[in-house]
Design a protein around this ligand. Structure first.
Ligand SMILES: NC(=O)c1ccc[n+]([C@@H]2O[C@H](COP(=O)([O-])OP(=O)(O)OC[C@H]3O[C@@H](n4cnc5c(N)ncnc54)[C@H](O)[C@@H]3O)[C@@H](O)[C@H]2O)c1
Length: 338
């Protein structure tokens, strides 16, 4: 049984507590910490049998019972807490993104070289059944050589402008998943990126210095082209699709919905909207990624979404931000080799 400590009891911390407690029999959450620990968080943790609660994450790191920690706190704390946890000999699951700065991510990489614990980044979408099926089709040769990869990733509702201001911007906060997805689906690396940005959903997001809409093109190391389209607001719900098109064919996904029922009447044909947001669409993938983390610890297996995946996705996002700033295509190496 792998004993886990959760650092950060916000939205995603609670998701992991629930999925570990209800879906992973080989792991148990034994401790949790959040500086804003309140009655609601305490009640939630206790509902899942977690008695060891604190306002200080160091209590989790110092707890000898804890084998692994999950860093679910705000992004600006991920790298520093990860380094401390690695040095304390704990295995670490770190939510995305590892940090906004490549220098800080490299400190995590350095700590891992000295303390070879398991380290996984929370790129849960790789574990989504639809995207995994596209990857499988590509690996089985059904697509042939990839020519074009297309990802549609649209949220149902924008975050607040205050959140946007501290999130590092849409590319580092939201598109980071899509950058990882492009790498995952193609087994290739983005070499060059161009971002066409817009603020079309909420002016306040623009005033806070962020964007809410983008079309992104990337030249890939295998010669193919990848396209991501992002919006912070799709009125019909969480729109998450991917398509890999190549010399032998195409593998593409549809959205998941509550049912496949289609109602046809004289007024038209109506089907269900996509599942509302990430909690609905990706709950199974959150459990699957942690299951793999736990297995990697138990059986000393290699982690697929380790620090390298964490660093590369952030490098692509930073190159994208430079593209927005300088209104030009940017080679990923321009930010990686500084
Ligand atoms: N994989 C995904 O799909 C996914 C989804 C949501 C969020 N996230 C990531 O998870 C992280 C948290 O996001 P959220 O939506 O849960 O945010 P949130 O604001 O709901 O929760 C963050 C929590 O961390 C706590 N915290 C801050 N500093 C801390 C510290 N030093 N020690 C312990 N706790 C601390 C805050 O008090 C807060 O309760 C972000 O980095 C976000 O990008 C990932």
């Amino acid at each position: 049984m792998i004993k886990i400590g959760i650092i950060g009891l916000g939205r995603i911390g609670k998701v992991h507590i629930k999925s570990i407690s209800t879906k992973i029999s080989s792991a148990k959450v034994v401790a949790a910490a959040d500086p804003f620990l309140n009655d609601e968080m305490t009640a939630y943790a206790k509902e899942f049998g977690i008695e060891n609660l604190s306002k200080d994450y160091k209590d989790v790191l110092n707890n000898p019972e804890v084998d692994a920690v999950m860093v679910c706190s705000s992004t600006d704390t991920h790298a520093a807490i990860s380094v401390e946890a690695i040095k304390a000999g704990k295995h670490v699951f770190c939510e995305k993104p590892v940090d906004h700065s490549l220098e800080k991510i490299k400190l995590v990489e350095d700590a891992l070289k000295e303390n070879p614990v398991k380290f996984q980044v929370g790129f849960n979408r790789r574990y989504d059944h639809n995207f995994a099926a596209v990857k499988e089709a590509f690996l089985a040769g059904k697509v042939g050589d990839i020519h074009i990869t297309k990802i549609t990733s649209r949220d149902p509702n924008p975050p607040s402008a205050e959140y946007a201001a501290v999130s590092g911007g849409m590319l580092l906060d939201m598109t980071i998943h899509d950058f990882d997805m492009v790498r995952f689906l193609t087994n290739a690396e983005p070499v060059k990126i161009y971002v066409e940005p817009a603020v079309l959903v909420d002016k306040a997001i623009g005033e806070a210095g962020d964007i809410d809409t983008a079309v992104i093109t990337m030249h890939m190391s295998d010669g193919s082209i990848a396209v991501i389209d992002n919006s912070r607001k799709a009125v019909y719900g969480y729109d998450q699709r991917a398509e890999v098109f190549g010399s032998k064919g195409m593998a593409a996904t549809k959205n998941d919905s509550a049912s496949t029922c289609v109602i046809s009447s004289e007024n038209g044909i109506v089907s269900e909207k996509p599942l509302y947001f990430f909690l609905e669409r990706y709950m199974d993938s959150f459990a699957a990624e942690v299951k793999e983390f736990v297995e990697a610890i138990e059986e000393d297996k290699e982690i697929k979404t380790g620090i390298d995946a964490g660093l590369k996705a952030v490098a692509i996002a930073l190159a994208g931000n430079l593209s927005i700033k300088e209104k030009r295509a940017v080679y990923i190496n321009e930010v990686l080799n500084v």
